[in-house]
Design a protein around this ligand. Structure first.
Ligand SMILES: [Zn+2]
Length: 185
């Protein structure tokens, strides 16, 4: 099973944005918890993508600037990761993204690989910027594929435990918003 980020067509995302923004309360108060999504994620045999799209006009300048709590959000289990050679220049952003999750420690565990373009071996989709195979077997990142590299990292690490939420644009507000299927630039 692989989880990934990909880019939707701009038109599709705008249409989606208009439709979904009609119910901002339900977005902000999404009741589906990451823990609940885990069951869904682990039963899915096919990978699914997370999109990177232009920031919808109605959300520009309105994004909340929140952050994970000190020490990160609690998670169901402790995991480890290793920054491989291809990611040395992105180590700071990777550590920042990892810090979102309380149960992540550096050393051993999931190898983190960095690419210089979209990821094409994640099971389909186009413009994929991140992939987590096997809930932490390995992770690939297209650093620079989104404006907020650390958010991309936090998202892919989040797939160690969680599937996607239904939030429209990924943000740092909560585990649920981090696990949005879409990162909006
Ligand atoms: Zn994802």
């Amino acid at each position: 099973m692989a989880r990934k980020l990909l880019m939707l067509s701009g038109l599709a995302s705008v249409v989606l944005a208009v439709v979904t923004y009609a119910a901002p309360v339900s977005l902000a108060g999404a009741s589906v918890s990451p823990a609940q999504e885990t069951t869904t994620a682990q039963s899915a045999s096919a990978p699914h993508g997370t999109s990177v799209v232009p920031m919808p006009a109605d959300l520009k300048g309105k994004a909340k600037v929140l952050a994970p709590p000190p020490g990160g959000w609690s998670v169901p289990s402790q995991r480890n990761y290793t920054i491989t050679a291809s990611c040395q220049s992105h180590a700071a952003a990777i550590r920042q993204g990892a810090a979102a999750w309380q149960g992540l420690r550096e050393g051993g565990g999931t190898p983190i690989e960095c690419r210089n373009g979209y990821i094409t071996d994640c099971g389909g989709g186009s413009n994929v910027v991140g992939c987590n195979w096997g809930a932490g077997q390995r992770i690939a990142l297209y650093m620079g594929g989104v404006n907020d590299d650390a958010l991309l990292v936090a998202h892919e690490f989040g797939h160690n435990w969680y599937g996607h939420s239904t939030v429209r644009c990924a943000a740092w507000d909560s585990p649920t918003t981090v696990m949005s299927p879409t990162i909006c630039n």
